[in-house]
Write a protein that binds this ligand. Structure first.
Ligand SMILES: *[C@@H]1O[C@H](CO)[C@@H](O)[C@H](O)[C@H]1NC(C)=O
Ligand SMILES: *[C@@H]1O[C@H](CO)[C@@H](O)[C@H](O)[C@H]1NC(C)=O
Length: 416
């Protein structure tokens, strides 16, 4: 009873702030699709538009690593494993490499975890290098293009830079042997050394069944105005402050911890997923990397993502109209987040909610088991298909070499 009254009270505060009626707020479950490219591209069927050859590697590059730690199946980097499984049984797979458009090397580079479950990317460069050595000596296809018709799934914080701290990742740069390959990665930021032209940015993995299990009736009123759960400071790794999230999360806390419109805390409640379905706006600030699973959760739960990460490149940005479904707030403007959000008109909020309710938007964010049309696997294939046909210039002349096998830190060249 008390809970209901509190919910109603907050709803009315919100309503008075944004000039929206409770009835309108409740109608957020109607759906809308964007005419033209966005909606249509999401529903493309990649089957018949490309053929992928999956290299068969010794299991020490993939399955054995997973056997040692099954937590890699549920963490936010799990896309590398599910993409491998998906391709093995996908109709786009070809067993004849001579007819392949794309070559895929199944290496699980984010599956080495600390006891706390955090991925350690330190061996990933050696592992990648070893796998490339192997495919380039056993098959003729790598040498033909030095990887320009190969793709790799590298979902780590800073993709193929293989470090979780940005300054170290920048120092390392993209692994030299991957310079010509197409990288499928979660990391995306404009003008950043860890995102190269032509990479495909994907959503982080968020467990589809678990999210499904927490769905509440879609007509539940959204009585929370702004919702966020997560760290504001990372005292362990950033004792001075200001480096973690470039200060943006600290600013959210310092400015809005006592604001009744902001339901923000470090506590991760068991009702986290339900709460997102009761919220109008869900904050998606950068952490160490610009992206987080909140982007996916926001779309799935119809909570408008408020993206605070300057220059972020969002998943499948060529197919998903992020500008229309989300709200973008510059890191320097975090202190006025309350004014920015309360001045968005009810019509705009309702439109964003209707777009978020579009099933094809949600489907594109997920890696379901088994795969379904329009899901993230299919969006990755669509992205690869849109890059075809390959430009003739990717094929090297006999004995032509472009990649430098001895570039990069000496420690990366130790045997794996
Ligand atoms: C590819 O090139 C490397 C280095 O030049 C060479 O050692 C290797 O044997 C070549 N692979 C094939 C299949 O010819
Ligand atoms: C390859 O990289 C190493 C280390 O950076 C450098 O010393 C060498 O000159 C490079 N080789 C070529 C052919 O560019």
């Amino acid at each position: 009873m008390w809970g209901d009254m509190r919910g109603l009270a907050i709803l009315l505060i919100i309503a008075s702030f944004v000039g929206i009626s409770a009835k309108e707020l409740e109608q957020g479950q109607q759906t809308e699709r964007i005419a033209g490219s966005a909606g249509d591209v999401l529903e493309d069927d990649p089957v018949g538009r490309l053929k992928v050859y999956v290299y068969e590697l010794p299991s020490k590059y993939n399955k054995k690593i997973l056997q040692k730690d099954s937590r890699c199946l549920t963490h936010m980097f799990a896309a590398e494993i599910f993409m491998h499984r998906f391709l093995l049984s996908s109709p786009v797979r070809t067993l004849n490499p001579d007819e392949a458009d794309w070559f895929y090397t199944p290496v699980y580079a984010t599956c080495e975890l600390t006891p706390n479950g955090l991925p350690l990317p330190f061996k990933s460069p050696r592992m990648m290098r070893s796998a490339i050595q192997l495919i380039s000596s056993n098959w003729p296809y790598w040498n033909r293009t030095e990887g320009a018709d190969h793709f790799f799934v590298v979902p780590h914080d800073f993709g193929a830079c293989f470090h979780y701290q940005e300054e170290k990742a920048i120092q390392r740069g993209i692994l030299p042997l991957l310079k010509r390959a197409t990288l499928v990665q979660t990391f995306g930021q404009r003008n950043h050394v860890c995102l190269k032209e032509g990479s495909i940015t994907i959503p982080p993995y968020a467990p589809p069944q678990k999210m499904q299990a927490h769905l509440i009736p879609p007509d539940t009123p959204r009585s929370i105005f702004v919702y966020f759960r997560g760290l504001f400071y990372d005292v362990g790794n950033d004792p001075e402050g200001g480096y973690y999230a470039r200060g943006a999360r600290a600013s959210v806390w310092e400015n809005f911890k006592n604001n009744p419109l902001f339901d923000i805390s470090t506590d991760h409640p068991t009702t986290y997923y339900e709460d997102m379905q009761r919220a109008v706006f869900c904050l998606c600030p950068l952490g160490w990397a610009p992206w987080s699973p909140r982007l996916v959760e926001g779309v799935i739960f119809g909570c408008i993502p408020v993206i605070i990460a300057d220059d972020i490149v969002l998943p499948f940005a060529d197919a998903i109209p992020w500008e229309e479904i989300g709200v973008f707030v510059a890191e320097k403007d975090v202190f006025k987040l309350d004014t920015i959000l309360t001045s968005i008109s009810p019509e705009v909020i309702l439109r964003k909610q209707r777009l978020l309710a579009n099933p094809s938007m949600k489907q594109a964010m997920l890696f379901p088991q088994p795969a379904q049309p329009g899901d993230a696997f299919h969006q990755i294939l669509n992205g690869l298909a849109r890059k075809l046909p390959h430009d003739e210039s990717i094929y090297l002349k006999p004995d032509e070499k472009i990649l430098n096998w001895t570039a990069g830190p000496a420690s990366d060249r130790k045997p794996w």
